[in-house]
Design a protein around this ligand. Structure first.
Ligand code: ATP
Ligand code: MG
Length: 406
């Protein structure tokens, strides 16, 4: 590989490697960027591994951020981009099948590559485009195989998360898992219970967002991994139903949760528990709940103005993607047009404020105000009421009279 043929992401990072070399260290591109580059796929982030220790890295580069200095990672800011530069390290002291708390810095690339999970992730490339391939990872890229680097049993014992990572790479790349590695997963899958839910969740979401979701999900089910994560033990049948969906790519975690909520037929309470135990962030949690509610409504009806208003355009479009995935119907363009014609798209657009209503109706604030605003909002959305000050006040007065009469 000639440097001129490098993708621009690598070209821009070459000065970082050169500076480390000028200071007497060695440095290489490693991890997902090398893998994706060899696959001709998009490169997300550039990871660099080096013999320099964190303090030495920080001396060389004027602008750095300590992102994981205890693991040897320093973020280097260079020409408007950021690069994770990590000291070569081994991880010898594994406890409880989890990644080690402490790492040992080493000075050679070879030792560093040996700690990496899969052959396809243990590739390195120098700044001249020379590939260092200790585990025949290039052949596995060609053969589309996920194979543990070294003894698979040992590797999953060291860090059981690697099993989830195998499923996730199967889903992202469409690769199969090599037989010995697969058998080691089957034998060790219960060790997933030792892993923090945050780490499992992150890999599971990547699995569900992968281009070959069904491939990853099938292995997740067939290896019985689902028995060792929260809330799925009783859901074997429902999980398998998901495999009948086409591979259309999902785009957000909230879509993943809403899809699962729908297929796994959780009650509201159980869905809540599910998201809590899977350690999902509150904002995503709320979005997933709303999306599931909309999805259930959308099963039997078209989008009404009220539903679109409640969803907002982004959530409506994401929900509609699920409608397309599950029922092979739905129309994004129609939603965009309908949304553009909504008389109001948020409560703040109502021509009358809460204060106005209190003054005009001469009433003290109270529960009535929220109810009244909801009624006004609904009437505007149903086009029974114009969004104009005087019209709304008249509507409010008559509704108010109505209430008194009841
Ligand atoms: P992505 O494109 O999703 O970033 P990636 O392969 O770069 O994929 P990361 O999670 O960013 O994945 O990890 C970077 C590299 O660090 C991996 O390619 C692998 O070499 C190594 N790695 C990450 N997690 C582990 C682990 N649990 N055990 C061993 N090696 C790991
Ligand atoms: Mg990465």
């Amino acid at each position: 590989m000639k440097v001129e043929d490098f993708p621009c992401e690598f070209k821009k990072a070459i000065p970082i490697i050169k500076r480390l070399r000028q200071a007497g260290f060695v440095a290489y591109f490693v991890g997902g960027s090398v893998r994706n580059f060899l696959l001709g796929q998009e490169i997300h982030d550039i990871d660099i591994a080096t013999s320099a220790y964190p303090a030495e890295i920080k001396e060389i580069f004027p602008r750095t951020v300590d992102v994981g200095i205890e693991h040897g990672t320093v973020m280097v800011l260079y020409k408007g981009r950021s690069y994770e530069v990590t000291t070569f390290r081994t991880e010898s002291a594994y406890q409880d099948y989890r990644r080690p708390d402490s790492v040992i810095f080493v000075r050679t690339l070879e030792e560093d590559l040996k700690r990496r999970d899969f052959t396809i992730n243990a590739l390195a490339m120098d700044s001249n485009g020379k590939i260092i391939d200790l585990f025949a990872g290039k052949a596995d890229l060609q053969g589309k195989v996920i194979r543990a680097a070294g003894d698979s049993n040992e590797r999953f014992h060291e860090d059981a998360l690697r099993m989830m990572r195998a499923f996730r790479f199967a889903s992202q790349l469409g690769f199969r898992i090599e037989d010995t590695t697969y058998q080691a997963i089957q034998a060790n899958v219960s060790l997933l219970e030792k892993i923090s839910m945050e780490r499992i969740q992150a890999e599971f979401i990547k699995l569900m967002l992968g281009k070959f979701r069904n491939k990853g999900l099938r292995i997740f089910i067939e290896t019985k991994a689902f028995l060792h994560v929260p809330c799925l033990q009783q859901k074997s049948f429902d999980l398998k139903k998901l495999l009948q969906l086409p591979d259309d790519t999902l785009h957000t975690s909230s879509q993943v949760w809403a899809l699962l909520g729908y297929f796994l037929a959780f009650s509201q309470v159980d869905f809540h528990k599910f998201l809590r135990e899977w350690k999902e962030a509150k904002a995503v949690f709320r979005e997933a709940f709303l999306m599931l509610e909309l999805l259930k409504k959308r099963k039997h009806s078209e989008w009404t103005n009220e539903l679109l208003f409640q969803a907002g355009l982004d959530i409506a479009l994401l929900t509609e993607e699920l409608v397309q995935l599950i029922w092979r119907r739905g129309d994004n363009e129609k939603i965009k047009k309908q949304f553009a014609k909504l008389p109001i798209t948020s409560r703040s657009e109502i021509a009358v404020s809460g204060n106005d209503l209190q003054k005009e109706l001469n009433r003290k604030p109270g529960e009535w105000l929220g109810i009244m605003i909801a009624q006004i909002e609904q009437a505007i959305l149903q086009r029974k009421l114009k969004n104009e000050y005087q019209a709304i006040i008249e509507f409010a007065r008559s509704e108010g009279e109505h209430d008194k009469g009841r």
